[in-house]
Design a protein around this ligand. Structure first.
Ligand SMILES: Cc1ncc(COP(=O)(O)O)c(C=O)c1O
Length: 476
């Protein structure tokens, strides 16, 4: 009897093959549910039917607890620029481990990593270390509010800056409002009072920002922006946008805050260097810890001097593990091995991946695109221009479980990505790894076409109005 391939068959087939290869993960997940809510300790790493338990990593590859191997394009959400267990980082961190992890004192590795970062990132004259990117943006925003003696920070509609209360506003873009986005709290438990200190504006829209600032600038301390929002969809800043934000901040007398927690990997001094736009404060994290928990915030000396402990009215900033020896040593080892040449190489591989993904979409008649820059790439399920984060959020509508199924099907084919379709390149990768990913993606797209046909038909078929490309080179 002939079986008609429909969306339900596709989903069942992907799930069945996933379950068949992951009995060990399933058993561990069942046990984990007794101790961790939903068997997880991190919302972003959970996915149905249960997450794969990775057991070991080496270079660009991961091995799960069932012995399956995966090419790792997640790299712990962009933080592992050198992949896993890079021998020199391991050696230097292990050596430090034998001499003590943290002393509750000042230490030389802190100074060495701070010096390296300050030499590279144009905006940073002084910095402080934290244990996560969340803490880094929280302290950076507090520093801005204290310096300006004003409460409000403007963030982008759809921008993600971690999980402290003052950034849990419009993390997903407001796709309901017809005009300007309305500020809303996304998480239960975040006090309504937060909305007294946060305003939102659409990314890549200078006119909207200007009108907001004209009306409210006297109450605004600064604007926080990720120069290329990653969780928001890897949407590139339009030519002149970041420069325009800098000009607006100067014109209205407020601070510009860059969250370069992810984008630092795109150039040795971050996107601020590549784009030639220098903010007042910058938050860093991810790659600067060499695989260990980390964050940092820094910027203009007059703003950061507020943290001088001996200063009058000094701002307090503590943290038991701030600047611990292991993070600092591993971070220094990782960053010393990441010069501009290494960055150019991973960026070129990322661009090669993007070209391959876009060629696959074109040859299979799928109306989707790969957005991003260099070593950071993201599938967007639309071929319309994606300019604001609202556009990116709309691209994710009306596609059923396509993102989730693609993620599982890529796992079935030995490729580990984020479940929102992000691919991130690490230095151990070569052309061969990019080809491996493209072959897996082509197989996955073929498997998913009947699903698209039924659940998201807008993705298939001829486009009478070929779109203008949304990608852009950062140098234009
Ligand atoms: C742009 C951005 N800012 C802040 C954060 C928060 O960093 P962390 O997860 O280290 O708290 C992230 C994490 O993904 C991020 O992508």
């Amino acid at each position: 009897m002939e079986v008609t391939v429909n969306a339900t068959n596709v989903e069942q087939d992907i799930m069945t093959r996933y379950r068949e290869r992951s009995a060990g993960s399933r058993a561990r997940h069942l046990e984990a549910q007794r101790y961790l809510p939903g068997g997880e300790t991190r919302s972003s790493t959970w996915y149905a039917p249960y997450p794969t338990y990775m057991a070991a990593g080496e270079g660009a590859w991961l091995t799960d607890c069932d012995g399956n191997r995966y090419l790792d394009f997640l790299n712990n959400y962009t933080s592992l620029i050198h992949g896993h267990a890079q021998p020199e980082i391991v050696e230097e961190a292990a050596d430090q481990l034998t001499r003590g992890t943290v002393f509750g004192s000042a230490s030389e590795p802190q100074v060495a990593l701070a010096k390296l970062l300050i030499e590279r990132v144009p905006s940073i004259e002084l910095l402080r270390f934290t244990n996560s990117g969340t803490e880094a943006t929280m302290m950076m925003m507090r520093a801005a509010r204290a310096f300006m003696n004003r409460d409000i920070i403007v963030k982008m509609d759809g921008g993600y800056h971690g999980s402290h209360d003052f950034v849990e506003v419009n993390v997903s873009a407001d796709i309901k409002s017809a005009s300007e986005p309305a500020a809303r709290i996304e998480e239960r438990g975040v006090p309504e009072a937060v909305l007294n200190a946060v305003m939102v504006a659409p990314f890549n829209d200078l006119a909207a920002m200007e009108s907001l600032l004209r009306e409210h600038h006297q109450r605004i301390a600064g604007i926080i922006v990720e120069p290329m929002p990653n969780a928001g969809g890897m949407v590139a800043p339009a030519p002149g946008y970041l420069r325009g934000l800098r000009d607006l901040a100067d014109r209205f007398g407020l601070l510009l805050l860059f969250d370069e927690i992810v984008t630092l990997r795109l150039s040795s001094g971050g996107l601020q260097e590549a784009e030639g736009v220098i903010p007042d404060l910058t938050a860093l994290a991810k790659i600067i810890g060499g695989g260990f928990p980390v964050g940092a915030f820094g910027g203009r000396a007059d703003i950061m001097s507020q943290f001088e402990p001996a200063g009058a009215g000094s701002l307090s900033h503590s943290g038991t593990f701030n600047g611990n020896n292991i993070t600092m040593t591993a971070g220094l080892a990782a960053m010393q091995r990441l010069d501009q040449g290494a960055i150019d190489r991973v960026n070129a591989l990322g661009d090669r991946l993007a070209a391959g993904v876009n060629a696959l979409f074109a040859s299979h008649g799928i109306r989707a695109q790969c957005l991003g820059y260099g070593s950071l790439q993201q599938i967007q399920w639309t071929d319309e221009p994606v300019v604001t984060l609202n556009d990116a959020a709309r691209a994710g509508q009306g596609i059923g479980k396509l993102r989730e199924l693609l993620h599982l099907e890529l796992l079935n084919r030995g490729v580990y990505t984020s479940n929102r379709g992000m691919f991130c390149i690490s230095t151990p990768m070569t052309e061969a790894e990019i080809e491996f990913a493209l072959t897996a993606l082509e197989g996955a797209l073929r498997a998913l076409k009947p699903y698209m046909n039924e659940v998201a038909p807008r993705l298939l078929g001829w486009n009478p109005h070929p779109p203008a490309p949304s990608r852009r080179s950062m140098s234009t």
